[in-house]
Design a protein around this ligand. Structure first.
Ligand SMILES: C[S@@+](CC[C@H](N)C(=O)[O-])C[C@H]1O[C@@H](n2cnc3c(N)ncnc32)[C@H](O)[C@@H]1O
Length: 224
């Protein structure tokens, strides 16, 4: 395993089979997010993040692999989800993969419970959002459907998340967000520009169902 790679965590079926009835199982979008972070690993390590937060941690696959790669004991890792079973699965993922107790689990809507305390302090903010275009009524139910139900144009949860980025991200921090083509990335780019962020497309992957895109946001340099 190279210094610059992210290891996919173990999910032995006999231990996790029942979890995946109510928690999102690591899927193509999960791996696109991990690949995007892996692609940027050099600049992430150079930035030397102290506080890393995964919103909607689900199974814990992403935050576990990030913690293992960046050193579980050297930094602070948080995983949030409003599905309580997801938090339990993330905890189990940490135990099975040898980083028991290194990820702080927070049951909250997006980042609400940690926003004040972590204001402008998050160096690495990650979200594989529910991006699927669905009926708006399907959004926000804290069960397995909340993993994909994104409401109108799949943007209902994404747009709420975008507004939290300026509050949380540190001066040099990076934010990674997974979206699909239908979410209209030009519109997302303009929203983030108006909030003072530049957007980069880190990766794109075409699957049978959708084109999955990994975006990175970073604060625009302040011109004096
Ligand atoms: C597409 S899944 C991603 C799970 C995992 N991060 C991964 O990449 O495999 C989206 C996750 O976000 C959570 N989620 C959706 N809306 C949320 C909200 N408003 N607040 C907290 N978590 C939310 C879901 O429960 C689900 O675990």
């Amino acid at each position: 395993m190279s210094e610059q790679s992210l290891e996919t965590p173990l999910f032995p079926l006999y231990l996790f089979k029942d979890d995946f009835e109510s928690v999102y199982e690591p899927s193509e979008d999960t791996f696109v997010l991990m690949d995007a972070i892996e692609k940027d690993l050099m600049i992430i390590k150079e930035m030397d993040p102290l506080i890393c937060v995964e919103v909607g941690c689900g199974s814990g696959a992403v935050i576990t692999s990030v913690a293992k790669c960046l050193d579980p004991n050297k930094r602070l890792y948080f995983g949030t989800d409003f599905n309580g079973k997801a938090l339990l699965t993330t905890q189990k993922c940490g135990i099975v993969n040898g980083i028991d107790g290194c990820i702080q689990l927070v049951g909250t809507d997006l980042t609400q419970a940690i926003e004040e305390r972590l204001k402008h302090s998050v160096d690495l903010l990650i979200f594989n959002a529910p991006y699927g275009p669905t009926d708006p009524q399907e959004v926000g139910i804290s069960d397995i459907s909340s993993a994909w139900a994104g409401g109108l144009n799949g943007r209902q949860v994404i747009d709420r998340f975008l507004r939290t980025v300026p509050k949380l991200l540190s001066h040099n921090g990076f934010c990674y967000l997974i979206v699909i083509k239908e979410n209209n990335i030009n519109e997302i780019k303009n929203i983030m520009k108006s909030l003072g962020f530049e957007m980069t497309v880190v990766l794109e992957r075409k699957t049978y169902l959708e084109i999955i895109i990994a975006l990175r946001f970073k604060r625009l340099p302040v011109i004096v």
